[in-house]
Design a protein around this ligand. Structure first.
Ligand code: PHE
Length: 314
């Protein structure tokens, strides 16, 4: 038996042998059961044999386990000096990144984010925004018309109407989402994105609008900015203005449309314009991202070309 234990080659074999020796019907078990019939000397012999065998089994088990571990270590090692494969890390799309930044700033100013449907009815996209049917200002937005007078929303201003209808006043919100117009060149894509802010309360003035935009733009572009305000026209604001920002090359860039919300728009949302007023502003979210990150073709945003995403610093 001793010799057999020494020549065992595997843990399974050792287990079988152990069972044959110390198991229920094992040879050693039988001897131990028979101890009562033996003399003291004979018992001493059996006891010695018992502990010797147990020791041999333990030693063999340790030996086999070590051998198995060493074999594993020899094959499964990691060469820490090898070059690592370049990691292909995902990054946020420039639009996602800029929305995060703009959203964080607007939220820090107390504006709450709203979204709305991309297929919009005539009321929310135009009529409630003081642009009834046959209003010439409808021409400003090349619209994709759908059935039943529905449209692909041309502006996120529709979300403002929904927010005022649902929540009433006072309200301080911003709307984000994709918008659609029939136009396409390097600076226009048929699907693009807008962000619009709205703040209606009892004592809101044009200076609140200017302060808000100054704060938003200087935080987003991370610099002191020079703003210019020009009179403009939107059917849903009165007065209407446009904000230009002075760029590095000294040129003025058109940044946002804005104004004081037109009394008709408030009335359309069951808000009394004699008690409440406020401002709204809107800008192209894609355009903001292009300016901040120095990108020059809006269409590239939607191509899904990973090389472009990488080269644009993302
Ligand atoms: N919705 C306008 C546009 O798409 C932008 C705007 C928003 C202007 C809010 C004034 C106030 O051009």
């Amino acid at each position: 038996m001793k010799e057999r234990i020494k020549t065992v080659k595997s843990l399974e074999e050792l287990q079988d042998l152990y069972t044959a020796t110390f198991g229920k019907n094992g040879t050693m078990t039988a001897k131990l059961k028979n101890m009562a019939a033996l003399s003291n000397e004979e018992r001493a012999v059996v006891n010695a044999e018992n502990s010797e065998l147990r020791q041999l089994f333990r030693d063999k088990q340790t030996e086999l386990e070590n051998a198995a571990l060493n074999a594993k270590l020899a094959t499964e090692f990691v060469d820490v000096t090898l070059d690592v494969e370049p990691e292909n890390r995902g990054t946020l799309h420039p639009l996602t990144q800029s929305l995060k930044e703009l959203g964080t700033i607007l939220e820090s100013l107390g504006f709450e984010m709203w979204t709305g449907p991309e297929i919009e009815d005539d009321w929310h996209n135009f009529t409630a925004l003081n642009t009834p049917e046959y209003h010439p200002a409808r021409d400003m937005q090349d619209t994709f018309f759908l059935e039943n007078k529905n449209v692909m929303r041309t502006q996120t201003s529709s979300i403002q109407i929904r927010a005022m209808e649902k929540q009433g006043v006072p309200i301080k919100m911003f709307a984000v989402g994709s918008t659609y117009r029939k136009e396409m060149d390097a600076t226009h894509s048929p699907m693009f994105h807008q962000i619009e802010g709205l703040y209606i309360d009892k004592n809101i003035t044009l200076s609140d609008l200017i302060g808000t935009l100054r704060e938003l733009l200087s935080k987003f572009f991370e610099r002191d900015i020079e703003l210019r305000i020009r009179p403009s026209y939107f059917p849903f604001t009165e007065p209407s203005v446009e904000f230009d920002m002075k760029w590095d090359n000294g040129k003025w860039l058109e940044i946002a449309g804005a104004g004081m919300v037109h009394p008709n728009v408030l009335k359309n949302c069951n808000i009394d314009p004699n008690e409440y007023q406020g401002f709204a502003f809107g800008f192209g979210w894609d355009r903001m991202a292009m300016l901040k990150y120095g990108l020059n073709d809006i269409r590239a945003f939607y191509d899904g070309d990973i090389r472009w995403l990488k080269n644009s610093g993302f």
